[in-house]
Design a protein around this ligand. Structure first.
Ligand code: 5AD
Length: 431
C-alpha cells in the first residue's frame, strides 16, 4: 500500500525500507536512492519513487494530518455492513458471511454470485466487497495517470478500435520529447506519482528511444512508471526495467484459450501469459485482467479470469466491459450490463489476495456514468486519469465516446478528489 503523502524512513530491513505514515508502518523497496533514518520519501506500489527535503515533507504532512484521520472515519462509517437487513436468501447470507470473515468460497458459490440477477442481492454483494476492501486496505485509493503515447497498432484484435482493422483512423505517435514534456506536467504540475505509458503495438519506436524517455522521467521526475506497449520482446522488457520502469500493464483479455483466439485471431493466450510471468519474474508490478462481456463469454470464464489474474500475482486487477466499436469485426456485438461489471469487481475483491488493488476502468465509466462511485463502493480501490494531450484523445478510440475524453486534467483531478473525499478515500499517488 502507498500514500501520496510523504512518509518518514524509520528503519531498514536489507533492501526494504520501513516507512511511517502517522503511526502506520509500510514497507518499500529502495532501488533508486541513498537513504538514512529520518529521510522523507514518496513510495508507490512498494517502491521508493522520490526522496524529498524534510521542510517540504513537514509542510505537506501538516496539511494532511487532520484530513488523514477524518477520511478514515468516513470510510469506516460508509463500509459498515448491515447483513441483518431483511429478505436475504439464506444461501447468499451464509456465503457472504464466510467471505467477509476471509474464509474461501467454493467455485460453485462464487459462480452463484456472478449469476445473481436480483438487484437487492447484487447490492449486498457489492457492500460485502466494500467491507472486505475496507478491512484489508483501509481507505487508500490509487490514482495513476495514463499517457497514451501512440495509437499505431499492428494487431488485429476483433474488439479494438485502434486495431489495424480500423483503416480510416487518423493515427498519432508522440515524439520522445513530447512524451517527456507531458510526463513533466503530469508530475510537476498536477502531482501524479505513478504514470502509465501506453500505446498500440507500434513498431515505429525503437526500444532505446522509449528506454531513454523512461530513464529521463524516472531520474528527473521521480515517479513510478508502468509500461503498456502490448506484447514486447523479453529484451525490451529488460531494457525498460533497466531504464527504471517498475510496472507492466497488459490484460490477458480472456482466460479461455478458444475465445482468446477468436478475439485475437492469429495469437495464442499462452504467449501472452508467458510474457506476464516473465515481467513478474523480472521484478515488475503487474496490472492485468480481462474484458467482461466478450461474445460467447460465460460467467465461468469470468471466474476463471479472476483466478488467472491472481495466479499471475497481479498487483492491480483491471476488469472492464467490452464496448463495441463500429469499425471492428465486433461492431454488432452486445455490451454487458452494469451489474455484470459490478458483480465481477465484487467477486474479484472477495476471492483475491487481501492486498490486491482493483481498478474502476474508464470502460466501466463509459458504460455507465455513476461507475466510478459504484465501483469504488463494490470492492474497487483504484482509478486512472487520462493525461494524454487533448488533441490525441479522440484518436485513441479503443471504443467510442470514452468517459472523460473531453475533460481537462485539472478538471478530472478536481472531480476525482471531490468524489474520493465524499467516500472517505485518500488518494495514494496524487497530490
Ligand atoms: N471495449 C473495451 N475495452 C477495450 N480495449 C480495447 N478495445 C476495447 C473495447 N472495444 C481494452 C483492451 C486492451 C486495453 C488497452 O483496452 O482490454 O487491453
Amino acid at each position: 500500500m502507498c500514500y501520496a503523502i510523504p512518509g518518514r524512513v524509520t528503519s531498514f530491513n536489507q533492501e526494504t525500507v520501513i516507512i511511517d505514515y502517522f503511526g502506520e508502518e509500510k514497507k518499500a523497496h529502495n532501488d533508486f536512492y541513498e537513504l538514512k533514518v529520518g529521510d522523507y520519501v514518496y513510495a508507490q506500489g512498494g517502491f521508493v519513487v522520490k526522496k524529498i527535503p524534510p521542510d517540504e515533507a513537514l509542510e505537506i504532512l501538516s496539511v494532511w494530518k487532520e484530513t488523514f484521520f477524518d477520511l478514515q472515519e468516513i470510510d469506516l462509517r460508509l463500509s459498515r455492513l448491515n447483513l441483518e437487513a431483511q429478505g436475504i436468501p439464506r444461501k447468499t447470507g451464509l456465503i457472504l458471511d464466510k467471505l467477509c470473515e476471509g474464509r474461501p468460497a467454493s467455485k460453485e458459490e462464487l459462480l452463484y454470485f456472478l449469476n445473481l440477477d436480483d438487484p437487492f442481492q447484487i447490492e449486498l454483494l457489492g457492500k460485502s466487497a466494500n467491507f472486505v476492501r475496507q478491512k484489508n486496505l483501509k481507505n487508500s485509493c490509487c490514482v495513476h495517470g495514463i499517457i497514451e503515447i501512440s495509437s499505431h497498432c499492428s494487431q488485429r484484435c476483433s474488439y479494438c478500435g485502434i486495431s489495424a482493422h480500423h483503416q480510416s483512423l487518423s493515427r498519432y505517435r508522440m515524439g520522445c520529447e513530447e512524451i517527456y514534456s507531458v510526463a513533466f506536467d503530469a508530475v510537476e504540475k498536477y502531482g501524479f506519482k505513478a504514470l502509465v505509458l501506453q500505446s498500440g503495438e507500434d513498431a515505429g519506436y525503437q526500444t532505446e528511444e522509449l528506454a531513454g524517455v523512461i530513464r529521463k522521467i524516472r531520474e528527473e521526475l521521480g515517479a513510478l512508471i508502468f509500461i503498456s506497449f502490448g506484447e514486447i520482446s523479453i529484451d525490451a522488457l529488460d531494457e525498460y526495467y533497466q531504464a527504471g520502469a517498475r510496472g507492466f500493464l497488459m490484460r490477458f483479455e480472456t482466460s479461455n484459450p478458444v475465445l482468446y483466439e477468436k478475439v485475437r485471431p492469429g495469437n495464442h493466450l499462452e504467449t501472452r501469459l508467458e510474457l506476464l510471468r516473465k515481467a513478474y519474474e523480472a521484478g515488475y508490478l503487474i496490472i492485468t485482467g480481462a474484458l467482461i462481456g466478450l461474445p460467447g463469454q460465460t460467467p465461468e470464464d469470468i471466474l476463471n479470469d479472476i483466478h488467472l489474474a491472481n495466479e499471475l500475482k497481479t498487483e492491480m486487477l483491471s476488469f472492464g466491459p467490452f464496448i463495441p466499436h463500429p469499425s471492428t469485426p465486433f461492431a454488432c456485438e452486445k455490451k454487458p450490463l452494469e451489474t455484470d461489471v459490478l458483480k465481477t469487481l465484487a467477486v474479484a475483491r472477495l476471492c483475491s489476495d487481501p492486498e490486491s488493488k482493483i481498478l474502476v476502468t474508464t470502460g466501466f465509466e463509459t458504460l455507465t456514468p455513476q461507475a466510478r462511485k459504484t465501483g469504488l463502493m463494490a470492492g474497487a480501490n483504484s482509478v486512472m486519469l487520462n493525461v494524454t494531450p487533448m488533441q490525441y484523445r479522440k484518436k485513441y478510440c479503443i471504443y467510442p465516446h470514452r468517459a472523460h475524453e473531453d475533460e481537462e486534467i485539472a478538471f478530472q483531478i478536481q472531480e476525482t478528489i471531490s468524489l474520493l473525499k465524499s467516500l472517505g478515500r485518500a488518494p495514494t499517488d496524487l497530490g
